[in-house]
Design a protein around this ligand. Structure first.
Ligand code: UD1
Length: 424
């Protein structure tokens, strides 16, 4: 196992380039299962989760090969297996995104039922409700959800809770269902829109992606395509916070500012100067201490839950007190306890954390509990006095491409080392 060793106190400066989006590429790769053929996906981030998804595609009978550093060729011509095993799903919950595409492509999906995870229970009842409405027979046996569809027929599906993965799964099955499907209270996240765009390039008929109502007219046949993944908005937000917390001055290239407006607006309240110019953002904290702001996570276009932990690190050093409320996941405050070990004054009551900013965090040995929590601990380490060691960083490798190299490029002192202290 690796750990990061960070010497805090360096102001970040320079330019960083954003990678392709993790949460977009996973459903896009799943979509290649819908229609047998050859695909090329560009701007694919080199992440552990991407490797897990390519392993899953291989187990299903497909093949993947890197054409260059960030372009992945996917060949699903021989894909005939419909079983996503426990070993893969337990590593990556997003494996459930093959449910919709296996049903659409093979009319059968047997997928290990995902368990809870570090941030909450995360059931898939809404995915299954949507697939049932499309005419699927859904059974649970021996830890697996077994879905078959003799015929897929369009339906009106109302999600009583906004679900990104549920919207994506239903979308993938509905594009080849007979007739019209209407998804009400659909997720509006840019990653859902990206999936809809790829499906449209494959010949699907979709309207309303990016709004609460998505209309789909099923087609008989799709065609394989080439596609480029959108930039990662959470990575972009994380680097913005890195700039804020170190009171730095950076330029972020290759991002989509419109995807991160809620983050930009919050960070302007915090006191950052942020200017947008096409796909580049300039951010500066000009040596100021951040203002305290309140944060409440919400589905897009609200403030993303995937940025909550990073903002908590930032608020730990703010001038004043802030209330951070998590509304999406019931157990997403684990980083609060680790940040406290660095001196942060955080009191978490239920899903709200009251963070009283202090002048300076101090370095400590801390443990990453999930992907975004790991990011928040690294951010805290960048500003803390002394040395911070973040262990269990395999979480970060799931979702941030070469984070230490990118941070070093901005002047941070961060090293990846072997963690001898296993399990302690
Ligand atoms: C996706 C993102 C994740 C992000 C989350 C919310 C990917 C791979 N992951 O996760 O990074 O934090 O969106 O923006 O894209 N729910 C149910 N029943 C369901 C499905 C969801 O109750 O069938 C609940 C969940 O437990 C959660 C909420 O709905 O409380 C939102 O979950 P959802 O949008 O589905 O998140 P994911 O797609 O799993």
């Amino acid at each position: 196992m690796d750990k990061f060793v960070i010497e805090g106190g360096e102001r970040l400066q320079g330019t960083v380039r954003i990678s392709g989006s993790k949460n977009a590429v996973l459903p896009l790769l799943a979509a290649t299962i819908l229609q047998k053929g050859e695909y090329r996906i560009d701007n694919v981030p080199r992440l552990k989760d991407v490797r897990t998804m390519t392993r899953l595609i291989a187990l299903l009978g497909g093949a993947t090969e890197w054409a260059d550093e960030h372009s992945l060729k996917v060949d699903t011509r021989d894909l005939t297996n419909h079983m996503a095993p426990y070993e893969i799903v337990k590593e990556m919950r997003a494996s459930v995104l093959v449910l919709g595409s296996l049903i659409g492509g093979l009319r059968r999906a047997t997928v290990s039922y995902p368990g809870g995870c570090a941030i909450g229970e995360r059931p898939i009842d809404l995915h299954l409700k949507g697939l049932s409405a499309l005419g699927c027979d859904v059974r649970l046996r021996e830890g697996y959800v077994d879905v078959t569809a003799k015929k897929l027929k369009g339906a009106r599906i109302h999600f009583d809770k906004t679900t990104v993965g549920g919207t994506e799964n239903v979308l993938m099955a509905a594009v080849v269902a007979k007739g019209e499907t209407i998804i009400e209270n659909a997720a509006r996240e840019p990653e859902v829109v990206d999936l809809a765009h790829m499906l449209k390039r494959m010949g699907a008929k979709i309207e309303g992606e990016g709004t609460e109502i998505i209309k789909i007219k099923g087609v008989d046949q799709l065609i394989p395509c080439d596609y480029e993944v959108i930039p990662d908005r959470i990575e972009t937000g994380t680097f913005l916070v890195a700039c804020g917390i170190t009171r730095g001055n950076i330029e972020i290239e290759g991002c989509v500012p419109s995807h991160i407006q809620p983050i930009i607006e919050k960070l302007r309240e915090v006191g950052m100067d942020i200017t947008e110019n096409g796909s580049t953002i300039r951010a500066s904290m000009s040596k100021k201490r951040p203002n305290a702001v309140d944060i409440r996570t919400a589905p897009y276009p609200g403030f993303p839950t995937d940025m909550q932990a990073q903002m908590m690190a930032l608020m730990s050093t703010a001038k004043g007190a802030s209330a951070i409320t998590e509304t999406i996941f019931e157990n997403r405050m684990m980083h609060a306890a680790e940040l406290r070990r660095m001196g942060a004054d955080i009191r978490a009551v239920g899903n709200t954390a009251i963070v009283k900013g202090i002048k300076m965090l101090t370095g400590a040995r801390v443990m990453a509990t999930d992907l975004r929590a790991s990011a928040s601990l690294i951010l805290a380490g960048l500003t803390a006095y002394g040395t911070t060691e973040v262990s269990r960083i395999y979480h970060i490798d799931r979702g941030y491409e070469s984070i230490e190299e990118k941070l070093k490029g901005l002047g941070a002192k961060i090293e990846r080392r072997k963690d001898e202290d296993l399990g302690s």
